[in-house]
Design a protein around this ligand. Structure first.
Ligand code: GTP
Ligand code: MG
Ligand code: ZN
Length: 314
């Protein structure tokens, strides 16, 4: 059975009312999107099927947070009632590729702007090869294209609070499944209306997971940039003089040259540099964490015999 939501020590699953307890012995702990096996008595989760993939991000509190399991599509939802931030879209896409899912950028609330083509082409320039859909739930334009795209897929909506994820979820699911609330009138900020991840069945087949708005799209440690996301830079860098060229100040850098010649959009190199620096930073942080953990264990080892001796003396 497919997990629709989780609570402490229990999960709810598709087509069944109430929660199923998850015994402590069940590992890994089930998350939304997991397929679980139920005990023969039907009273508890007996096991979790091996996951095809997981969507993860850096946990703002440290470590990483697994958002969902078995994901085909990550819908990166951006509300057009606020500026679309290139770096945000791109980091969310990196999370999708890291998971092995396909990112689709959804520019929603198209009814609030006069012309959407400018934003759309900006997003495409910054993320070549990515699918970008423009839609409005309020005006019911473009929603069908996304609906068709998601048939038979397991999708997750990802985006900041108030961007319109739950409104879109309700439109796709076909009823008011998820709660929606107005954004603040001044700065268009959302109110963090959705507080838990929840999976819903799509009427034409497939599943959609609504998620709480995220403030920061942090890259988890161990994330490797996908070849798909930076195919242009990868291709160009084959002609750099140095194999380990960082495309910053090296002579005969083909990537820098492509920017100078107007072949590569400057934002591509900027983003690539920013992302690689961020990933290196995440690696360093996780190394520091690992070192601390190692030191803590070693301290324990050193003190153990002394403590034992102290107690023997008594
Ligand atoms: N004009 C317009 N408003 C929309 C559209 N979609 C959503 N909204 C409005 O945007 C506001 C926020 O929508 P939600 O769906 O609650 O946003 P959310 O992303 O789920 O927010 P969190 O749950 O806080 O993360 C609500 O007032 C919606 O009515 C749209 O297509 N057009
Ligand atoms: Mg919501
Ligand atoms: Zn180079």
């Amino acid at each position: 059975m497919l997990v629709t939501s989780t609570a402490a020590g229990s999960v709810s699953v598709v087509g069944r009312d109430g929660n199923l307890p998850v015994p402590r012995s069940v590992s890994p702990r089930p998350i939304v999107g997991d397929l679980v096996m139920v005990s023969t008595e039907g009273d508890r989760v007996a096991a979790v099927w091996p996951r095809r993939n997981v969507l993860r991000r850096a946990d703002p509190g440290g470590g990483e947070q697994i958002l969902a399991a078995n994901v085909d599509v990550v819908a990166i939802v951006c509300g057009l009632d606020r500026p679309v931030k290139a770096g945000r879209v791109q980091r969310a896409a990196a999370l999708a590729w890291d998971c092995g899912a396909t990112p689709v950028v959804v520019l929603t609330k198209a009814d609030v702007v006069a012309d959407t083509s400018g934003v759309q082409s900006q997003v495409l320039t910054a993320n070549p090869g990515i699918e970008v859909l423009v839609l409005s739930v309020a005006a019911d334009t473009g929603v069908d294209a996304l609906r068709t795209r998601l048939v038979g897929q397991s999708a997750v909506v990802l985006g900041e609070s108030g961007s319109g994820k739950s409104t879109l979820t309700n439109a796709l699911v076909g009823h008011d499944a998820s709660q929606v609330a107005a954004v603040r009138s001044g700065d268009r900020k959302g109110r963090h209306t959705t507080t838990d991840r929840h999976l819903f069945e799509l009427p034409e087949g497939g599943w959609l997971i609504d998620t709480p708005g995220i403030r920061a799209v942090g890259l988890p440690s161990g994330l490797a940039l996908s070849d798909e996301q930076f195919a242009d830079i990868l291709e160009l860098s084959a002609d750099c003089r140095f194999r380990d060229c960082t495309h910053t100040s090296e002579p005969q850098c083909a990537v820098q040259a492509a920017v100078a010649d107007g072949v590569l959009a400057p934002i591509r190199l900027e983003q690539w540099l920013r992302l690689t620096a961020e990933i290196a930073g995440a690696e360093r942080r996780s190394d520091v964490h690992a070192q601390r953990e190692f030191d803590r264990k070693r301290t324990k080892e050193i003190y153990k015999p002394t403590m034992a001796m102290k107690y023997r003396d008594r």
